[in-house]
Design a protein around this ligand. Structure first.
Ligand SMILES: [Zn+2]
Ligand SMILES: [Zn+2]
Length: 234
């Protein structure tokens, strides 16, 4: 006895064939940028062909984040339980519902940085080990459409290898964002007292300062101020 695919399965197969593969820019077929937040949104297949029989998956953007019933801000960057496409790592990621527990009204949103590990790079790592890889400032702003609903935005700062300074008593490294304005963060390590020191600037004007011996505490204090009012973010 032969089985003929049902109408549903045939539709499914048609969509799978249409969505198999990637666009020229490497992004899965079926995704396009959301005109409001710039994230990828649409329907695409999981990268693993063994999951194609499940059909395409819906990809969500930041505009669809759940809003807190108390403070009105997004509970998390994305909608809980949704799937999102992360361009930097070229992966579809699931947003676990339990991430909603991280939201506390009015509390700062913090993405703790990973410290540079001594074995990552022969040339840089031994001198830069312990410094953060990247600093991310997070804020909530009205989105760029007629609803003006709140959306999570970020400014990412990467270190400038050429800015590295070291003498007998300290090491210092500057973190800059790709934005056109001069926002930057200087991170220092004092050898004698074994203390971290961070200062965020707009031009030559200091915006915030933190100092102490525990990396995580200092990074939390550094990032707790979030986005400055006129700091460019995406
Ligand atoms: Zn969006
Ligand atoms: Zn809230």
């Amino acid at each position: 006895m032969t089985q003929t695919p049902s109408g549903n399965e045939q539709d499914n197969l048609g969509e799978i064939l249409e969505l198999a593969g990637r666009q020229e820019n490497g992004v899965p077929k079926g995704l396009a940028r959301c005109p409001v937040c710039g994230d990828w949104i649409g329907r695409c297949l999981w990268p693993n062909p063994l999951k194609w029989h499940e059909g395409p998956t819906r990809i969500s953007c930041r505009c669809e984040a759940n809003l807190c019933s108390k403070c009105g801000e997004p509970v998390y960057e994305y909608r809980l339980g949704a799937n999102v496409y992360t361009e930097a790592i070229n992966k579809i990621q699931h947003i676990p519902i339990m991430l909603g527990w991280m939201h506390h009204c009015g509390k700062p949103r913090i993405e703790l940085p990973v410290p540079i590990q001594p074995f990552w790079d022969e040339k840089y790592s031994p001198v830069l080990a312990g410094f953060p890889v990247q600093l991310v400032y997070i804020g909530v702003r009205p989105r760029n459409d007629e609803t003006r609903k709140p959306i999570v935005m970020k400014a990412r700062y990467s270190f400038e290898p050429g800015s590295f300074f070291e003498n007998g008593s300290e090491k210092e490294l500057r973190y800059v964002s790709k934005n056109p304005r001069d926002f930057h963060v200087d991170v220092g390590w004092e050898k004698g007292s074994k203390r971290w020191r961070t200062c965020k600037f707009e031009g030559s004007r200091p915006l915030s300062f933190a100092m102490g011996d525990d990396f995580e505490t200092i990074m939390r204090q550094t990032l707790a101020i979030g986005l400055h009012s006129d700091e460019p973010a995406t």
